[in-house]
Design a protein around this ligand. Structure first.
Ligand code: PMP
Length: 352
């Protein structure tokens, strides 16, 4: 796709929008009596001047993320989790009522929910039996129905596998719209992030998050990495102060602890292997899918019953049996070693 073609996908009402200019867009220093903040201060002491609004874009955080992912700061958007850019992309590129996205179930649920909230149609081309995208079927559907965005998730939630890189690249090259590759779990995989490829492909968007490998789900910090043209649209329509100061500070602080983050990723990988082996040795478990994420999908006899019994025992995993291709499948997050032991022990009792 060319940059001109991308521009044509932007909703007409967004094209003609005059974005809200917040007080902090214009001035950040001086006698600040422009934003109706509380001049008497926050009710407790803090280093961050919490009585002042945050800056609309947290430059230092954006630059740090850009350096870490080997892209330019102008190619980085920071949001309230990666759920925020999912919504903003749909709101920029899909017309309510008539527009559509294409998803490849089984996949992460928010693409569909966000689309539906925005009254945008959801087209589906299921992953094949090995949970890989069916490129031919996707391109065929795109020809018939012209969805504006294709959402791919790699490693995929809930199946855990990496999507085949050659298939993704083929789709980026041939899909007549944006291709969003959600890399929420990429750091648990051995695959490299596709983020640097946004330099080559005007229609590629890569989503990442601090909620998984960084262990910071509570701060709600997500990232979209995309060509500057797309980032500029997201910046135009985002709420003025989407990221708060505490989140931005915690996000920056994470980069002082990359060694621990890497260490924990390795521990999770080791436990993933152990849990997969243990699950595989249970007679009731019919299949364990190879995972490149921090969770495992497995097929078990009477999954619904097993799941309910685990819940009664206070062990909460996810029943994914309603997703296409996931009949009788449960999804378990990799826990600490003793948590994984408890899960295995409970499964041995419930479904030996
Ligand atoms: N993408 C995928 C594939 C996910 O599994 C999740 C969370 N479960 C998200 C995005 C959203 O992550 P967050 O909003 O916490 O960044």
């Amino acid at each position: 796709m060319t940059a001109e073609e991308i521009e044509q996908l932007v909703r007409p009402n967004i094209q003609s929008l005059s974005p809200y200019r917040s007080a902090r867009d214009d001035y950040q220093k001086g006698l600040l009596l422009d934003a109706n903040e509380n001049s008497y201060g926050a009710p407790f002491r803090n280093q961050l001047n919490l009585h002042r609004y945050p800056t609309p874009v947290h430059q230092e955080l954006v630059q740090t993320i850009a350096g870490w992912r080997q892209v330019e700061p102008e190619q980085v958007f920071t949001g309230v989790g990666s759920d925020e850019p999912i919504d903003l992309l749909i709101r920029t590129f899909c017309n309510p009522g008539s527009g559509s996205i294409l998803i490849t179930p089984p996949t992460y649920g928010m693409y569909k929910v966000s689309a539906r909230i925005n009254d945008v149609n959801v087209l589906e081309t299921p992953l094949d039996a090995s949970f890989q995208p069916d490129t031919r079927a996707i391109l065929e559907k795109a020809k018939q129905s012209t969805p504006s965005i294709l959402f791919l998730c790699s490693p995929n939630n809930p199946t855990g596998n990496d999507l085949d890189r050659t298939s993704i690249l083929k789709l980026v090259e041939l899909f007549p719209g944006l291709v969003v590759v959600d890399e929420a779990y990429i750091d648990f995989s051995r695959q490299e992030s596709m983020a640097p490829m946004v330099r080559q492909y005007p229609n590629l968007v890569v989503l990442q998050t601090f909620s998984k490998s960084f262990g910071l789900a509570g701060i709600r910090l997500g990232i979209a990495i995309a060509p500057v043209q797309i980032i500029e649209w997201l910046l135009k329509i985002k709420p003025p102060y989407n990221l708060n100061k505490l989140t931005a500070e915690a996000g920056l602080e994470a980069f002082e602890h990359l060694d621990l983050i890497r260490f924990n990723i390795e521990e999770i990988r080791k436990e993933r292997k152990r849990l997969a082996d243990e699950l595989g040795s249970l007679g009731s478990v019919e299949k364990v899918w190879p995972s490149h994420a921090n969770f495992i999908l497995f097929k078990i006899r009477d999954a619904e019953q097993v799941w309910k019994t685990l819940v009664r025992k206070g062990i909460i995993i996810r029943n994914r049996g309603n997703e296409p291709g996931c009949e009788n499948c449960l999804r378990a997050t990799i826990g600490l070693p003793d948590e994984n032991d408890r899960l295995i022990q409970a499964l041995k009792e419930v479904a030996p």
